[in-house]
Write a protein that binds this ligand. Structure first.
Ligand code: FRU
Length: 327
């Protein structure tokens, strides 16, 4: 049976320097502790497409038994992802999807729906009247494409909501800060609402507005909804942003699906994660639930270390037994 076999998973992650991606990997590691037959090699491409391309090739050459990938640029990395898939390596795409069908499974929330939620909520916040500005984090990433299409199509339905502009680049935080400052200081009345593609950009947008003294007049919607100081849910709770669209990382789910693929069990090709609007109405219940979950995660991690320690003690006792047989 496959039960005793060891499998190596390679994970090509587009970047690691934000809480959302850290949380994804934490989820993966926690889930991995339930599968002793699985190990994972993590490659962080630091948002560089060439690096990510080369790292996926490395993982193909090892070879790994399964590739998990969150591609920075969905188009540029498509050929190397296709290459892995055609070599017979199962490919699990997470969060940032590819637009071909050359992959084994996908797990992530539907970004078109994320954008639609933001559009509908913007309409509610504005009572059907006002101007909206959109901020993205990279024109060639699948989530930005989905979020923009969803948001824009909903905004277009409302005749008295005006779509002002779409600022979307692969920017560092300070570049976004600069671009927004320039735009809004020229015309502080430009917009009534800013939809930013993640909470981090939403906080930057808020900061810029605050510096210009217009933060009370502008509404803010972000995406992600992480737990922690100045992260999405906290920003909603403090009233800094009006809402965030929950965007789960899929860390645990991706390991569960990877395990099914490797064990040749049934799995779905499309695994859509839940998304919904979090605002002042439901943020407290959300935080209460997620804090409970956090405690359980800590329990699981403690159990895992305990089991590891016990295994160590056990195997050293085995060694003592073995040696005592000879001496
Ligand atoms: C984190 C992040 C999230 C966003 C996701 C989209 O790296 O930018 O904020 O929701 O990636 O891929």
């Amino acid at each position: 049976s496959n039960e005793k076999q060891h499998f190596r998973i390679g994970f090509s992650q587009c970047g690691m320097d934000d809480r959302w991606r850290e949380e994804m990997v934490e989820g993966m590691n926690r889930e991995l502790s339930f599968y002793p037959e699985l190990s994972m090699i993590l490659k962080d491409s630091k948002w560089n497409n060439q690096t990510q391309y080369a790292q996926i090739e490395e993982l193909i050459n090892l070879p790994v038994d399964l590739l998990i990938v969150s591609p920075n640029d969905s188009k540029l990395l498509e050929p190397v992802i296709t290459k892995a898939y055609q070599k017979g390596i199962p490919v699990l795409v997470v969060d940032r999807r590819v637009f071909s069908d050359q992959f084994t499974a996908f797990v992530g929330a539907n970004n078109l729906v994320v954008g639609q939620h933001a559009g509908e909520y913007a309409n509610i916040l504005l009572n059907g009247h006002g101007r909206v500005l959109e901020v993205g984090f990279g024109p060639r990433t699948a989530p930005a494409i989905g979020r923009h299409n969803g948001f824009h199509s909903v905004i277009q339905k409302y005749p008295h909501i005006q779509y002002v502009d779409y600022l979307n680049k692969d920017w560092a935080d300070k570049d976004l800060r600069e671009a927004l400052t320039q735009k809004l200081s020229k015309n502080p009345n430009l917009t009534d609402l800013i939809f930013a593609h993640n909470d981090r950009c939403a906080l930057i947008a808020y900061d810029v507005c605050k510096n210009l003294g217009i933060e009370k007049k502008v509404k803010f919607i972000g995406v992600d909804g992480l737990v922690g100081n100045n992260l999405g849910l906290d920003l909603v709770k403090k009233g800094i942003i009006n809402a965030t669209i929950l965007y789960p990382t899929g860390g645990e789910e991706s390991i569960r699906i990877a395990a099914k693929i490797l064990r040749k069990q049934a799995f779905e090709k499309e695994n859509e994660l839940f998304t919904s609007v979090i605002d002042a109405q439901n943020v407290n219940i959300m935080l209460a639930q997620l804090n409970k979950l956090k405690e359980q995660h800590a329990d699981i991690e403690r159990q895992a270390t305990r089991i590891k320690d016990l295994t160590k003690i056990f195997s050293s006792q085995q060694a003592v037994l073995y040696l005592s047989f000879f001496f």
